[in-house]
Design a protein around this ligand. Structure first.
Ligand code: GDG
Length: 488
């Protein structure tokens, strides 16, 4: 496939995502912009650089449309640009945002797509707000877009947007990427007919619709066929006047950044402090507080390990970091209480004055602490019951410049499709988790190195920059590729 770096594009890059690329902090009538260091922001930046052959001209800032946590009045007259990004805030009133973001997105789409249908709430007001909010994003884009601009729409908060753009701007290139699992049809069909059709048709407004794994692609193609009657040939959908490519693009991380952090003084310090203060074997996990992340299942698996393998008592420390998220919602508060109680019970029943089996923290970590723990631990225990991809496991592997450590990974994470050298477990199987921990602790170093090397090479080859490049190449080369396939 042709590399996009050789492909010219006259327009600018416009990203539309629920969140802006920086946090806006107001102080004494001035705003300060703190750019996020997340994967998407750095991936997108790689598309615009000084090189002559890069896809977008570096003198054009990346235009980024996203929801504003500030009011219109607060941002009036303020410059919302830094060297790389020009932000265009979308203002959504609290009532609409409640039904849109908390409602349709987080009380319906999130649980449904993560296979928790019993938690999904169906409410007409949610869908109405979802339509209104998507339209508000469109209206902002309408003020910004120019001929030749390429628009990249992100995630489940904006599924209706690609079609809205297509209707008014048939000639602009539009990409759409879905970051969470696209569910099997039996779950998707739980949505009322009108809603599911609007979502599928909305996404098909794009030229390229991307998912993390082939399974999600297959599920979406089935939905497109059964909901809207669109068949496909080799993942191309013919929409009479244009074609849509549906494909998998497994999101990745900045391999170089994590790999090169190994010897940072702060990382090295965090690593040695962890090794000194913890027991002989260290297990580590970190995730946002969410039922999809399988935190309670992980604790139950660890408990089974302590029950069945007493020879490891007083020799293991499980460092479990849970990052606060959505904890104003009752359901998340209840989940947090269950986690607190379970950790307390395990520590009380197995620990003693010399040994606390689980070191549990409910807070976020600095980057150095995070990589310090990635590189100090013998095992990363990652057990989501459902996860679109899961970047933590890729970061763990990339951080291990020493080529040691063992990844225990749930088969329900999108990343499991790429990281077959991990010890793959079913997160609902306590015994399976317990046995995997025991196997990891006994794994010879040679075997660890073999597995870690294979995983590291894969992530190094397909890092987040390759991911973006892959997506944009497919978008720009769409027609040529389709013509070529018709000849074969
Ligand atoms: C969604 C999908 C998909 C976490 N705690 C700390 C911290 N983090 C960083 C990690 C990682 C990121 O947050 C979490 O990424 P995940 O992929 O694991 O999970 P979601 O937030 O649920 O993301 C997911 C992703 O979108 C991308 O498409 O993989 O499936 O659910 O980068 O490092 N970073 C720091 N301190 C923390 O305490 N510094």
């Amino acid at each position: 496939m042709k590399d996009l770096k050789q492909t010219e594009n006259s327009g600018r890059l416009i990203i539309v995502a629920y969140r802006l690329p920086f946090k806006i902090v107001r102080e004494n009538d001035q705003v300060q912009l703190f750019q996020n260091s997340g994967g998407l922001v750095s991936a997108v930046l790689s598309l615009v650089n000084e090189q002559e052959d890069s896809m977008f001209k570096s003198d054009d800032k990346i235009q980024w449309i996203g929801f504003s946590e500030n009011t219109r009045e607060e941002l009036e007259g303020q410059s919302l640009a830094n060297d790389s990004f020009q932000a265009h805030p979308v203002f959504i009133n609290d009532d609409v945002n409640e039904n849109y973001y908390e409602g349709f997105c987080n009380n319906l789409l999130w649980p449904l797509c993560h296979y928790f249908p019993s938690l999904a709430r169906f409410d007409d007001a949610y869908f109405e707000a979802y339509q209104i909010a998507n339209k508000l994003f469109f209206e902002k884009l309408d003020e910004v877009i120019q001929p030749g601009d390429v628009v990249w729409v992100q995630d489940y908060q904006l599924m209706l947007l690609p079609e809205m753009i297509r209707q008014k701007y048939p000639d602009n290139k539009i990409g759409f990427f879905f970051h969470i699992p696209f569910p099997s049809f039996e779950l998707f069909r739980m949505l009322p007919v009108k809603w599911r059709k609007a979502l599928v048709d909305g996404m098909l407004g794009a030229d390229v619709v991307g998912f993390h794994t082939n399974d999600y692609v297959e599920y979406f193609l089935k939905a497109a066929r059964l909901v809207s009657g669109y068949g496909n040939k080799l993942h191309y959908i013919n929409m009479s006047n244009r074609i849509v490519k549906v494909d998998s693009f497994p999101i990745s991380i900045d391999f170089g950044k994590f790999n090169n952090s190994y010897n940072d003084p702060e990382v090295a310090l965090a690593r040695s402090e962890a090794r000194e203060s913890l027991k002989e074997k260290i297990i580590f996990s970190v995730d946002r507080l969410d039922y999809s992340k399988g935190i309670l299942h992980r604790l139950n698996g660890f408990k089974r390990f302590l029950e069945q393998y007493p020879e490891w008592h007083e020799r293991v420390s499980f460092v479990m970091v849970v990052v606060p998220s959505r904890d104003t919602i009752e359901q998340y508060q209840n989940m947090k209480m269950d986690i607190d109680q379970t950790v307390g019970a395990i520590n009380a029943n197995f620990g003693n004055i010399y040994w606390q089996p689980i070191i549990y923290q409910y807070r976020s970590m600095s980057y150095s602490e995070l990589v310090g723990m990635y590189t100090a631990s013998d095992v990363a225990l990652i057990t989501p019951v459902r996860d679109g991809m899961n970047l933590v496991c890729k970061e763990y592997v990339a951080s291990r410049q020493d080529v040691k450590g063992i990844l225990i990974l749930s088969e329900m994470a999108g990343a499991a499709a790429e990281l077959g050298e991990a010890l793959i477990i079913n997160p609902l199987d306590n015994q399976g988790i317990a046995d995997a921990i025991e196997e990891a602790f006994k794994m010879p170093e040679k075997e660890q190195i073999k597995r870690m090397t294979a995983m590291r090479e894969r992530i190094r080859d397909y890092d987040v920059f390759a991911w973006t490049n892959d997506f944009f190449t497919q978008m720009i080369m769409l027609e040529q590729e389709h013509e070529r396939l018709k000849q074969v």
